[in-house]
Ligand binder design. Structure first.
Ligand code: NAP
Ligand code: F7E
Length: 324
């Protein structure tokens, strides 16, 4: 039986990955941040699982990482913890770099210092490509456009360096946007699907958004965590892009979500400049042929299917809330 250690286990991807690994018989250890209220709603349903173990720690606290890696002795580490909101990273650049860039270095160093035979997955991102025009693949140039993108680029290169310098099985998954009903409510897809459900239920009138012209390659998160796991099961460590290969504007996502809720998006969406960014990433569309060829991985859910399934989940949630 294998043991995995997941940072970011309380996040969207961490919760799906924990489910996947528990289903495969792993012992799963997750890092949780201390907060004044419990922040575990995405893994509440796993709480009683006898093979899930949660530990307090933080990517900004190297001591906690050293102690945990040493005591857990994981076979696989998945570093999913991050300050993951691009717009917020402009407001908290120092914390973003400390968590995402130096946090990754701290965790890699904890693994190296423990001298374990342990595989390491780094949650890299299409935001590292930034202004490089699509389609982007593993050979495309990096040109990040935010403190978030830059911090992830440092984490990416330090992961590559630990692989080359210390012969660590360390890999970087360069994942394009992936969403789900568990997506944080201030990312654009969830903000739209939640608003569409609330407006259809008559409890909200409009939603305020920023740049509707941005193009993103939105996939479905449970499919992407399967790809992360496959990356750590290879004979040799390597980096992979994961994406659907389809690009859509925020406007098109709005249209699909509102139409599915029986609404016309143009009657309910307002513009507010405060939701725009000091520098924007205009278009991200990934080419995941290498992952298909070498990992047998492929995205199946398209952005417009995703909009519909997220609206359905948000309609169910609001109906449950209103029935209370
Ligand atoms: P998410 O829902 O925002 O989850 C982030 C996780 O990191 C949460 O568990 C959060 O804890 C934890 N975290 C934040 N700061 C931390 C710190 N200082 N120390 C320890 N843990 C900390 O993000 P996600 O969408 O699941 O994404 C997972 C990873 O993939 C992230 O690294 C993200 O940057 C990267 N990524 C995401 C996408 C995407 O489209 N989803 C695409 C490419 C890459 P709390 O629950 O306590 O906040
Ligand atoms: O923005 C535009 C916004 O915040 C998508 C993270 O998971 O994926 C995510 O980063 C687009 C941008 O995601 C609003 O300007 C318009 O062009 O949902 P988002 P993101 O910035 O692409 C990457 C791959 C990650 O790695 C990140 O961790 O939508 N947009 N109006 C808006 N965005 C938000 N959040 N809110 C709006 O009101």
């Amino acid at each position: 039986m294998k043991t995995a250690f997941i940072t970011g286990v309380t996040g969207q991807d961490g919760s799906y990955l924990a489910e996947l690994l528990l289903g495969k018989g792993y012992d799963v250890h997750g890092l949780v941040r201390r907060s004044s209220t419990l922040n575990r709603s995405r893994i509440d349903h796993l709480h009683q699982h006898e093979r899930l173990h949660l530990h307090y720690g933080d990517l900004t606290d190297g001591v906690s990482l050293v102690n945990l890696v040493r005591s857990i002795e994981p076979d696989e580490v998945y570093n999913l913890g991050a300050m993951s909101h691009v717009k917020v990273s402009f407001e908290m650049p120092d914390y973003t770099a400390s968590t995402n860039a130096i946090g990754t270095l701290r965790l890699l160093e904890a693994v190296r210092a423990a001298g374990l035979d342990c595989r390491f997955y780094q949650a890299s991102t299409s935001e590292m490509f930034g202004s490089t025009p699509p389609p982007q693949d593993e050979t495309s140039m990096f040109h990040p456009r935010s403190p978030y993108g830059s911090s992830k680029l440092q984490a990416h290169w330090v992961t590559v360096n630990y692989r080359e310098a210390y012969d660590l099985f360390a890999v970087s998954g360069i994942l394009f946007n992936h969403e789900s009903p568990r997506r944080g409510e201030n990312f654009v897809t969830r903000k739209i699907t939640k608003a569409a459900a609330a407006i259809a239920a008559g409890v909200q009138e409009h939603v305020t958004l920023g740049n509707l012209d941005a193009v993103r390659d939105w996939g479905y998160a449970p499919e992407y965590v399967e790809g992360m796991w496959r990356m750590l099961q290879q004979d040799e460590p390597d980096d992979f892009v994961m994406a659907t290969g389809e690009g859509h504007t925020v406007r098109e996502f709005c249209d699909a979500a509102f139409t599915h809720a029986g609404l016309n998006w143009e009657e309910h969406v307002r513009y507010d400049e405060s939701f725009t960014r000091p520098s924007e990433v205009n278009a991200l569309i990934g080419d995941a042929s290498k992952a298909h060829r070498e990992l047998g991985w492929k995205a199946h859910t398209t952005a417009l299917d995703l909009a519909r399934l997220m609206v359905d989940a948000d309609v169910e949630e609001i109906n449950r809330f209103l029935a209370r």
